[in-house]
Each structure stands twice: as structure tokens, then as C-alpha cells.
Design a protein around this ligand. Sequence first.
Ligand SMILES: NC(=O)c1ccc[n+]([C@@H]2O[C@H](COP(=O)([O-])OP(=O)(O)OC[C@H]3O[C@@H](n4cnc5c(N)ncnc54)[C@H](O)[C@@H]3O)[C@@H](O)[C@H]2O)c1
Length: 263
Amino acid sequence: MNLTDRVVVITGGAGGIGSALARRFATEGAAAVVVADLDADAARAVADGVGPVAHAAALDVTDEEQVRALVADTERRYGRIDLFCANAGVTTSGGVEVDDAGWDHAWRVNVLSHVYAARAVLPAMLTRGGGYLLHTCSAAGVLTAVGDAAYTTTKHAAVGFAEWLSVTYRDQGLRVSALCPQGVDTPMLAEGLAAGHLGARVIAASGAVLSPDQVADSVIAGLAEERFLILPHPEVAAYALRRAEDPDGWQAGLRKLVRRLRA
Ligand SMILES: NC(=O)c1ccc[n+]([C@@H]2O[C@H](COP(=O)([O-])OP(=O)(O)OC[C@H]3O[C@@H](n4cnc5c(N)ncnc54)[C@H](O)[C@@H]3O)[C@@H](O)[C@H]2O)c1
């Protein structure tokens, strides 16, 4: 897929990766870019910066009614949605002690919102014989996010759901990609580093921290090739392979890194 004349929706569009995608999709010639975020003012600022093709929308991705309404409004305004980017995400920075409300919130934002998006866009996409879903997951979804149990668990679920969609609907024209970056220089990682969270320090020590614009470059390349797994950090593929071939050895290596950072 190329972006020329495409109608795109991006959730979490006001954030680091979402706003970089919005800018890049507009540069690539998108017909419309809907920047949807819980933070309506920030979404408006991003849309203003992107220019006339962009439209800001207030959206809580955990509210299915709001997701449905956004999809219906976009289809009414622009006639269709070619690419829906389920990009909003949250961390918990905790382990098993995180309370049920924290787990529930991570589950609703990182997983259930992707289900809501698919439910809302699939009927029109399947009727038209095509459409594209980009799920922002994480390297945590194919590996482990040290220090964040709910993030690891929900991102694994997000990759699983994206894979299920791709296997189930690819023959009907639906294309699906799972974007799985490691460290990206956005408020999410910056806040973790500023707070000294172990997980953020492990991410920073595990490879390059990319700019959101570099992630957008990878997304453009991945969409052009209609690749399922988009890995802005290519080393994640090697880590995932090592994890599959030798889970105990891979876990031992990660624990060693954690011990070094804790020392
Ligand atoms: N930054 C990283 O290192 C990194 C690495 C891998 C994956 N990711 C994933 O990338 C995605 C984007 O994160 P980012 O790094 O740009 O972080 P970010 O914090 O800059 O952006 C996240 C955006 O999501 C929005 N959001 C949160 N809850 C929402 C809700 N309920 N409804 C609508 N919007 C909501 C926030 O307002 C924010 O604008 C997330 O899914 C994240 O898990 C980030």
C-alpha cells in the first residue's frame, strides 16, 4: 500500500509515534488524516501542524461507542477508511502488584481497542474488498518488557489479535501489519527514563532509541511491502529467533542485562 489519496485514521495520534505517522502520511499524499486522541487539544495542535488534509477528533479508544462514531463520521466525511492505525497505548511500569484497575486499563487500551477498531471498520472494508489495519504493538509483544507485566502481556495479546485478523481476512483483501518497535524517543519512554524505571533503562540499553520519524520511515516501507511484522529495530527479529530457539538461554541473557543495570 502506498499513501497516495488514502483516508487514514490514527488513534493516539497526538503522541510521539502517532503524530510522526500523521505528518508522514500527509507528506506521502494522503487524502485525509484523522488525528484521534484522548487529549483533544493536543490532537488539534498536531492536525493544525499537519495541514488541511488533517482533521482532529477527541477519542477514548476504550469506549466502543466512540470508536464506532469516529469510524462512521470519517466514512461520512471522506467516503471510506483505507488505513486504520490502532496506535494508542499505555504502560503500567509495574509487575504483579499492579491492581486490577491498572491491568484492566492496559487491557482495554492495548488490546480491546484494537478489537473495537476491527469491529467498526471490517464491514465496509470487506464489502469494498480491501482495507488496511496497522496495529502498533511493541517489541514487548514478541519479547518481554522488563519491569512491566501488564504491558508485556497485553502487547503479546495485541500481536496475537493482529495475526489472527491477518490469517482470517487476508484472502478477502484485508491487510494487517503489527508495528513492533523497541525504544522510541517519545513521552512514553522519556517519562519512564526520567522516573528511573528499570524497564525504560533496559530498553535504552538494548539498542538504538529511534526517533518517531525513523519509525514512520519503517512504517512507510512496511506498508509498501504489506509486511505483517514491521520491525524498526531489525535486531528484534534476531532476539525473537533466539527466544524461540533457546528460551532459557534468551531469558538468562536478559536477566544478566537486568543484573548489570541494577548493579
Ligand atoms: N515509545 C516507545 O519506546 C514505544 C516502543 C514500542 C511501542 N510503543 C507503542 O507505540 C504507541 C504510541 O506510543 P508513543 O511512544 O507514541 O507514546 P505517547 O505517550 O507519546 O503517545 C500515546 C498517545 O496515546 C494517547 N492515548 C492514551 N490513552 C488513550 C485512550 N484511551 N484513547 C485515545 N488515546 C489515548 C495519549 O494521549 C498519547 O497521545 C503505543 O501503543 C506504545 O505502546 C512505544
